[in-house]
Design a protein around this ligand. Structure first.
Ligand code: SF4
Length: 369
């Protein structure tokens, strides 16, 4: 009998995990495949206990603003509704003055973090990425700059003839505080070739993240799921992240990103499903909390799943609500309806509803105030 059809086996395994057993890949795959109410609820409850033991009752959030500098991109990832070519009517590209002004506005709103992620513009170089950070720093001195990702590091370095270590160092000089763990998507090459053939392969993503962590530049870790990958692909991805974290300890948190499908080439071509189901969302968060035993924090991404499901994810292993964002173009361009700003007052309502305190954090999980 397979694990997903054996409630007693699931409960026994969850008890073992609570006693310190580290989930194997096969065991995690069995949990991710659970379909019955009692099994799914047991997994979510175990993840909730693991969350309480690991991070306590606080629900954290960061006051941040996203800054998308351009949607011009040389790539055409199949899950992306954001990228545009030069000449497209809705292509945009902020000037460095625009970036500085946007950063000033963000600072006036009291954000502690500015997060820049953009398309891979055809004329960007490694120096362009540095200039964007310098413009942010000029407009918002003292605000943490959470920027770039391994794909952007690889792209900037290649365009400038630098090593990725040189690119990272240049960004650090320009004010980089931490790296986004995006562009991970699914860290399984056959899946990457299907959904984002222009992106760095798994080994290169891992190498750049390790390099950043080795330089003391921390990062988040993400997964993009619901694009037609298998349960085993999800587990392989989690396993890659767990292995890096064992070595470096450099990940601040794990951020599951549920695929927003509506306006994406993959979905429109009938090559991807209409995103993950609610069961999959719940189990991805819960199993990640149990499998990633070396991660402190797991985020419920309201921009991907909405505030109502986020509330349930906070009962299934998540402890963080992510950022206020203020501006968000990537998910909304793909058809997301979660909104582009979540007021801390609404976060407070979500936390109070669960009888837990809402705590403002910094990017690196220091407490604010
Ligand atoms: S996901 Fe990023 S790299 Fe891929 S097409 Fe969209 S903007 Fe470009």
């Amino acid at each position: 009998m397979s694990l997903e059809h054996d409630l007693a086996g699931v409960v026994r395994l969850l008890d073992d995990v609570e006693d310190g057993h580290r989930l194997s890949r096969n065991e995690a795959a069995g949990l991710l495949a659970a379909t019955t109410g009692p099994a799914v609820h047991a997994i979510a409850a175990a993840a909730d206990r693991a969350r309480a033991a690991r991070t306590g009752e606080a629900i954290t959030f960061v006051r941040n603003q996203n800054l998308n500098v351009t949607n011009l991109c040389v790539n055409r990832c199949g899950f992306c509704g954001f990228s545009r070519r030069k000449g497209d009517p809705d292509a945009f590209r902020l000037s460095l003055d625009d970036v500085r002004e946007a950063a000033e506005l963000a600072r006036s709103r009291g954000v502690t973090e500015i997060c820049t992620v953009s398309g891979l513009a055809p004329d960007f170089t490694g120096e362009t990425y540095a200039a964007i950070l310098e413009a942010c720093r000029a407009g918002a001195p003292g605000v943490h700059l959470h920027a770039g990702n391994p794909q952007e590091i690889a792209y900037g370095a290649a365009r400038s003839g630098w090593t990725t270590a040189e690119q990272l160092e240049r960004l650090r000089e320009a004010g980089l505080g931490s790296l986004c763990g995006t562009a991970a998507e699914i860290l399984v090459d056959p899946v990457r070739r299907r959904i984002c053939p222009g992106k760095v392969p798994t080994a290169e993503w891992v190498r750049i993240i390790r390099e950043a962590h080795g330089m003391g530049v921390r990062s988040t870790a993400t997964i993009l799921y619901g694009v037609g990958e298998s349960v085993d692909d999800r587990v392989e991805h989690l396993s890659v992240l767990r292995e890096i974290q064992d070595e470096t300890g450099g990940f601040t948190e794990f951020v599951p990103l549920s695929f927003i499908h509506q306006n994406t080439p993959l979905y429109r071509a009938g090559k991807a499903p209409a995103g993950a189901t609610g069961r999959e969302d719940l189990l991805l968060t819960a199993v990640a909390r149990l499998f990633l035993d070396n991660f402190e924090h797991v985020q419920a991404s309201w921009v991907k799943v909405g505030t109502k499901l986020s509330s349930l994810l906070l009962l299934a292993g998540a402890d963080d609500l992510g950022g206020t964002l203020y501006e968000e173009h990537i998910t909304s361009a793909a058809g997301g309806t979660g909104g582009s700003y979540l007021d801390p007052a609404e976060m407070e309502r979500i936390a109070a509803d669960l009888g837990r305190p809402l705590v403002e954090r910094t990017t690196l999980y220091g407490r604010v105030g």
